[in-house]
Write a protein that binds this ligand. Structure first.
Ligand code: GDP
Length: 197
């Protein structure tokens, strides 16, 4: 898929102010600093579309971008940031969980995971929760350029193995880098394929 058009639509803190759910929607989520904004910018070829390197957890917004006038790319707030209060965390949880459970046009949640790290409990818990809720998801392992391919593959294998306890079948995954654009086209092709279904 060629991204000809990428337009910021709105930022929201309230579920009932989201855009009308009349187009397929794909949400991107992950731990703060996982490289979500960089990946969104790399995929769309728009450097400043998603704001990178903000103070972790500062803005708790759901950002909608309209891509090629046919689907929404949704940038969800990062989770797992250290510098926030319990109250902030539970507000985040309620808001995001309500969005994920209720958004009728949500086709797939892309869970971003840092490929340099051993499986992290917070990521495993989140993926399990999506599975329990029956929310369709796929995993994107980020920052592949920061280490050898062997190391990335080992961490991905460990992550998938850890999930096998909870899932009979696991969805596909992607290995990406915003620096080299590795995997960006595959994620877009995959969105294209889901849109055609
Ligand atoms: P977010 O908090 O998940 O939106 O993360 P950002 O996109 O702001 O990225 C956090 C930091 O990681 C920034 O310093 C980015 O430049 C860096 N980063 C993100 N993705 C990559 C990548 O694929 N490769 C490399 N080398 N650095 C990355």
């Amino acid at each position: 898929m060629i991204v000809k058009d990428a337009e910021f639509i709105c930022s929201n803190t309230e579920i009932d102010k989201l855009p009308v759910a009349n187009l397929p929607e794909y949400a991107f989520i992950g731990r703060s600093n996982v490289g979500k904004s960089s990946l969104i910018n790399a995929m769309t070829g728009r450097k400043g579309l998603a704001k990178t390197s903000q103070k972790p957890g500062k803005t708790q917004l759901i950002n909608h971008f309209l891509i090629n006038k046919t689907w929404y790319l949704v940038d969800l707030p990062g989770y797992g940031f250290a510098q926030t209060s319990k109250k902030n965390r539970s507000t985040w949880e309620k808001f995001i969980r309500a969005y994920l459970i209720n958004r009728v046009n949500l086709q797939c949640v892309f869970v971003l995971i840092d490929s340099r790290l051993e499986p992290q409990k917070i990521d495993l818990d989140f993926v399990c929760w999506l599975g329990e809720q029956g929310i369709p998801f796929q995993m994107i392992f980020t920052k592949a350029d920061k280490q050898s391919g062997v190391k990335s593959d080992q961490n991905i294998a460990k992550f998938r193995r850890a999930l096998k306890k909870w899932f009979e079948e696991l969805p596909i995954h992607f290995l990406t880098s915003s620096e080299t654009k590795l995997g960006c086209e595959q994620v877009l092709e995959n969105i294209d394929a889901i849109n055609q279904q």
